[in-house]
Design a protein around this ligand. Structure first.
Ligand code: FPP
Length: 244
């Protein structure tokens, strides 16, 4: 049986989040500059997006650039921004063809003007697409998002708009408002860390780590992660007997 056929259609995660790690090591292992790894990472991005849509995943969030990534060399940051601009611009047509809506989370005001423009245009153009939502986390960190939410609440409470805060109302102040929490979080490259990604949203996510470096991450790797997720028992604090 083909690997993809082993996926149980009735037990799909609605939302998968991926920390795409290992581009730099992949390139260095080949004696190349780190940027070479990012360039090859784009192929994996394309494949992950296509595969997720094909399987029927409704939301895919990719950690493309963290707030901490601004501390990398100017050369690497510039190369990553250029890559983002060209990829978004080139891939908008494919997103349209595949009925995929593009969105972004993070401190987008920090992005270079050209990058922001390209992103805004693609978001606007794809906004009515229904098959899947692709969310790029750009200049993103979970702590920034939470502090940002608290500041918005303070602002609204001064204007009498926010009163008592519950988990549900807090969620409305996050960048991911309206998006279900990811059931599955994948991290490539053998690192077992969260690295400030979706801190609020992953409270009950299943974590999946693979040693594969992001530029080597193929369709089969995503399918394997989903099959692994489907074998897990999600208890949400209840006992085994209560689940049954
Ligand atoms: C982490 O690898 C990867 C990044 C910081 C950038 C990810 C960006 C891409 C895959 C390209 C563009 C993305 C989109 C969505 C168009 P690393 O550099 O931290 O690798 P290392 O841990 O081996 O150093």
């Amino acid at each position: 049986m083909a690997l993809i056929e082993q996926i149980e259609k009735e037990n799909l995660p609605k939302h998968i989040a991926i920390t795409m790690d290992g581009n730099g090591r992949w390139a260095e292992g080949k004696g190349k500059f780190r940027v070479f790894g990012h360039q090859h990472g784009v192929k994996s991005v394309r494949e992950a997006v296509e595969t997720a849509a094909e399987i029927g995943i409704k939301y895919l969030t990719l950690y493309a650039f963290s707030t901490e990534n601004w501390n990398r060399s100017e050369r690497e940051v510039n190369a990553l921004m250029t890559l983002l601009i060209s990829t978004i611009s080139k891939e908008t047509k494919t997103l349209m063809k595949n009925d995929i809506c593009l969105n972004a989370i993070g401190k987008l005001s920090q992005l270079p003007k050209k990058c922001k423009q390209e992103l805004e245009q693609a978001v606007e153009k794809t906004k009515n697409n229904k098959r899947m939502t692709l969310i790029l986390a750009l200049s993103y960190s979970g702590r920034w998002e939470i502090v940002n939410a608290v500041n918005k609440i303070i602002h609204d409470s001064k204007n009498n708009l926010a009163k008592e805060i519950t988990e549900d109302t807090f969620q409305q102040y996050l960048n991911t408002k309206g998006v279900p929490d990811p059931e599955l979080l994948i991290r490539t490259s053998g690192e077992h860390r969260i690295s400030n990604f979706l801190l609020w949203q992953i409270a009950y996510s299943e974590l999946y780590f693979t040693d594969t470096l992001w530029p080597d991450f193929r369709k089969e790797d995503l399918i394997k992660a989903i099959i692994d997720y489907q074998k897990r028992e999600r208890r949400f604090g209840k006992t085994k007997a209560q689940i049954k």
